[in-house]
Design a protein around this ligand. Structure first.
Ligand SMILES: Cc1cc2nc3c(=O)[nH]c(=O)nc-3n(C[C@H](O)[C@H](O)[C@H](O)COP(=O)(O)O)c2cc1C
Length: 191
């Protein structure tokens, strides 16, 4: 445990999307919890193909949202409430699809709706095939979001799971955590 008074008790809502890099999410949650941050996860349906809600529930020690219309007795946090309680919204890994949806104001599932509803800073860590990442449509969506004040953690160069070499691998976990911590400490202004 690292004691950082500024961070204790702050809430990170972590959006998880359908990328092969989703296996790294429990480690991201663990590193955030080391700072005594509360972590609530929202998964897309595609994300549940890669990692289970139960795994993220156990890692975060909080209920996990997937279905926008689900009603649970023990968890009464609706999409807007999750958007409201966030001190910071992190999407890691972020697919090309969620980036395109956010860039266009689409709100057709719990994650995209909560992102549209939040007033917290949103940090996006893309992970995808290098051709998807360099595609001008994806780059145009990213540039649009940067101009609107969304924060990005650039993916890294390397060999991706689909055996293609290029930029597209999820940034390393310490890089993601540093960005989150800096923003929560308000060391960094909006981009
Ligand atoms: C094995 C596999 C790995 C995938 N990895 C990625 C990925 O890393 N990044 C990405 O943008 N899409 C990836 N996809 C495609 C997404 O899962 C797909 O676009 C999906 O519609 C994304 O939905 P979501 O954004 O709602 O999670 C992958 C698909 C499969 C089958």
């Amino acid at each position: 445990m690292r004691d950082n008074e500024v961070l204790i008790g702050k809430t990170v809502v972590l959006g998880v999307t359908g990328s092969i890099a989703a296996w790294q999410v429990p480690e991201i949650i663990g590193r955030l919890r080391d700072f005594r941050l509360n972590v609530y996860c929202i998964m897309t349906k595609s994300a549940t193909e890669f990692i289970t809600p139960l795994t993220l529930q156990v890692s975060s020690q909080n209920p996990v949202g997937v279905d926008m219309f689900e009603r649970r007795k023990e968890w009464n946090i609706a999409h807007v409430a999750l958007a409201d309680i966030a001190d910071l919204f992190l999407i890691a890994p972020a697919t090309a699809n969620i980036i395109a949806k956010i860039a266009n104001g689409i709100a057709d599932d719990l994650l995209s709706t909560a992102v549209l509803a939040t007033r917290a800073p949103v940090v996006i860590a893309p992970a995808m095939n290098p051709n998807m990442y360099s595609n001008r449509v994806t780059q145009s969506n990213i540039n649009k979001l940067k101009e609107l004040g969304y924060h990005f953690i650039d993916p890294e160069y390397g060999k991706t799971a689909c055996d293609t070499e290029g930029v597209g691998r999820l940034a390393r976990i310490p890089v993601i955590i540093n960005k989150v911590v800096n923003l929560l400490e308000k060391k960094e202004e909006k981009e």
